[in-house]
Design a protein around this ligand. Structure first.
Ligand SMILES: C[S@@+](CC[C@H](N)C(=O)[O-])C[C@H]1O[C@@H](n2cnc3c(N)ncnc32)[C@H](O)[C@@H]1O
Length: 136
C-alpha cells in the first residue's frame, strides 16, 4: 500500500464483507493518535487492545509500554489475527501477543491490565472498567 494512503487522513479499509460493507480497517492516523493520547500509556504498563486488525496500533502501544510493558491484542476475525501476528513479527514486535477471539470476553489469561483500549464498536463487554474514555 502506498505510504501516502496508509498515513493519509482517512481510515484504510482492509477487509470487506461479500456485500461490500467494511468489516475491518486501519483507523485514520489522527484517530489513532487521539486515542493513544487519551489512553496516556506509561512505560511498563500492561495493555489490552480489542480489535487488532492490521496490528499497527498494537505496535505503537508496544513502543509506548517499552521493553518492561506488555501488549495483548484480540481480533475476532481469524485471518486478520493471523496476518496481524505476521505483520507484528515482521515489523519487529514479536513480543505483542495476538489472540484470536471475542474481545468482549476479555483475555483473563494475561490479566490484570492497567489499560484496555477498544478500537471497534463493542457491546456487552464482560469487563468492569474503572474509568471509561470515549471519543465523540
Ligand atoms: C477499526 S479496526 C481496528 C484497527 C486496529 N486497531 C489497527 O491498528 O489496525 C476494528 C477491528 O476490530 C475487530 N473486532 C470487532 N469486534 C471485535 C470483538 N468483539 N473482539 C475482537 N475484535 C473485534 C474487527 O474485526 C476489526 O478488525
Amino acid at each position: 500500500m502506498p505510504l501516502e494512503v496508509a498515513y493519509g487522513r482517512k481510515p484504510v479499509v482492509t477487509r470487506r464483507a461479500a456485500d461490500g460493507t467494511s468489516v475491518s480497517s486501519a483507523s485514520s492516523p489522527k484517530l489513532v493518535a487521539t486515542m493513544l493520547e487519551q489512553l496516556a500509556v506509561q512505560p511498563g504498563q500492561r495493555v489490552l487492545e480489542i480489535g487488532a486488525a492490521t496490528g499497527i496500533n498494537a505496535a505503537l502501544l508496544a513502543e509506548l509500554v517499552g521493553p518492561t510493558g506488555t501488549v495483548v491484542t484480540i481480533e475476532l476475525d481469524d485471518d486478520l489475527a493471523a496476518s496481524a501476528t505476521e505483520s507484528l513479527e515482521a515489523a519487529g514486535y514479536p513480543q505483542v501477543e495476538v489472540i484470536y477471539g471475542d474481545g468482549a470476553l476479555g483475555h483473563p489469561d494475561h490479566a490484570a491490565y492497567d489499560l484496555i483500549i477498544v478500537t471497534d464498536m463493542l457491546t456487552g463487554l464482560s469487563i468492569e472498567p474503572r474509568r471509561v474514555v470515549s471519543l465523540p
